[in-house]
Design a protein around this ligand. Structure first.
Ligand SMILES: [Zn+2]
Length: 456
């Protein structure tokens, strides 16, 4: 192992030991400080923007070439809560090495990706007399797991940041050990719907006369979704950006099969797409969803309690595809509930962000696809979007550059779940691939630099 690999594995150990859980707002400034220090030690011009509860860490590494392109590398240092602790085989806050795996909360999402990239940069600088062929800006935020609450504001305050390409936070190998390059994320709007039918819970003998909040809420919710999973809200799908043929082909080629998908998740009900006669893979990536995350009301303990619930509430989310606006979508849901006679239900927005898909035939992305094709023995799997959500859209709106993600994960990485882990072999390979990506900017045809980014 090179000294740099050892040094940054030590940093990963240190980072995993800090429970930087953005949902709890814990240990965020101290994690930002450690990263700022690590980037400064590498020779970066570092800024820690601590106007936010989760400070952003920015570091610039300049190429001596005045015409060098600009690469932005985006990561996040916050993690999901580690609960339930008893489902972990080792302490989530201790980086544990076992059978060629590294285990710990954040080891994939996203601290391991950060240290792999720092290792790649350190080795590249060391092997090339500190001469980068591309200007690199790291943007490392601390509230990604809480809908990137500061990222939009940060970009608005920093119109001077330029990018020809953005490398996204993470990614994983597929089940056939092929690197996946992903160019998009869905958006999301999350919200609560609640009902209140009396000042306090009542004796349930009154149920012939007094409505229960539990009925009221479930009747309202039931209007939103039909039994085959079609969202009933008028105009919900109006702005959905239809995938082009290349995007459809890329998704059709993804090596995931329907039967394997059903087996992997032990799905016990028919697929909604089967009920509707739709293509499940295209729907998974290109269609929005509307789902209930949780419902609570009344008595849920052991035995019987004959009570009439006065309050009921549900948490919901809509996963959005490019073209859809979180606030417009939520307003349509509100309007529809009202039109259906549920004006008494209270709808409260919690979080929202838009979705984004890169044009995977953009030359800047093609450069990464080519680098991956040359580096890996098999062809990379190119996907125009993931089915998950992330703040890519903020970065695209601000930087106007195509975005592609790849990372240190594999199919059993268990992001957000107990026993989050990566394989050491992928970790080291990712370091070498990232070095190849940096090197791919050397001997590039130079294109004229953009005019001042302030004009954006
Ligand atoms: Zn995550």
């Amino acid at each position: 192992m090179t000294p740099f690999r050892k040094q940054y594995l030590e940093l990963l150990k240190q980072l995993v030991a800090i429970p930087s859980v953005s949902a709890k707002r814990e240990h965020l400034p101290e994690t930002a400080k450690i990263l700022g220090q690590a980037l400064a030690n590498l020779g970066g011009q570092v800024e820690i923007d601590d106007r936010y509860f989760a400070p952003l860490v920015i570091a610039h590494f300049d190429s001596p070439n005045p015409e060098a392109k600009n690469l932005v590398i985006y990561n996040h240092y916050d993690v999901q809560p580690a609960e339930p602790f008893d489902l972990w085989d080792s302490d989530p806050w201790t980086l544990t090495e076992k059978d060629g795996h590294l285990i710990g909360r954040g080891v994939d999402d996203d601290k391991g990706n950060i240290t792999a990239r720092l290792t790649a940069l350190a080795e590249y600088l060391d092997e090339h007399q500190d001469q980068l062929p591309v200007n690199i800006t790291f943007i490392i935020e601390g509230s990604e797991e809480s809908a990137s609450q500061h990222l939009d504001d940060y970009f608005n305050r920093h119109p001077e940041i330029e990018a020809d390409l953005v490398i996204w936070e993470s990614g994983a190998k597929d089940a056939h050990d092929r690197i996946q390059l992903v160019g998009g994320t869905k958006g999301i709007v999350t919200f609560d719907i609640s009902s209140k039918t009396a000042a306090a819970d009542l004796h349930s003998s009154l149920a012939t006369v007094v409505n229960s909040a539990a009925w009221r809420l479930s009747q309202g919710l039931a209007t939103l979704f039909d039994q085959e999973g079609r969202i009933q809200v008028p105009h919900f799908y109006d702005e959905v950006q239809e995938p082009n043929q290349r995007e459809k082909d890329l998704i059709a080629q993804l090596p995931i099969e329907r039967e394997a998908f059903i087996r992997e998740y032990e799905v016990e009900s028919p697929l909604l797409t089967d009920l509707r006669g739709d293509d499940w893979k295209q729907a998974l990536y290109f269609e929005p969803s509307l789902s209930i995350e949780g419902i609570s009301s009344g008595y849920e303990g052991p035995g019987v309690k004959t009570v009439l619930p006065a309050q009921a509430s549900a948490k919901l989310e809509a996963r959005l595809v490019p073209g859809m606006d979180p606030d417009v979508t939520l307003q349509r849901i509100k309007d529809y509930l009202e039109a259906q006679g549920f004006e008494d239900l209270e709808v409260t927005k919690t979080l929202g962000q838009g979705g984004y898909r890169s044009d995977m035939s953009d030359p800047a992305i093609q450069q990464i696809i080519d680098t991956a094709s040359n580096f890996y023995p098999g062809q990379p799997v190119v996907s125009p979007t993931s089915a998950g959500t992330g703040p890519m859209n903020y970065a695209y709106q601000a930087l106007g550059a195509p975005i592609v993600g790849f990372g240190v994960g594999y199919p059993d990485t268990y992001d957000h779940a107990p026993n989050e882990n990566i394989r050491l072999v992928d970790y080291y390979e990712n370091i070498d691939f990232t070095k190849a990506v940096i090197a791919s900017f050397a001997n590039q045809p130079v294109k004229p630099r953009k005019e001042s980014a302030v004009a954006r």
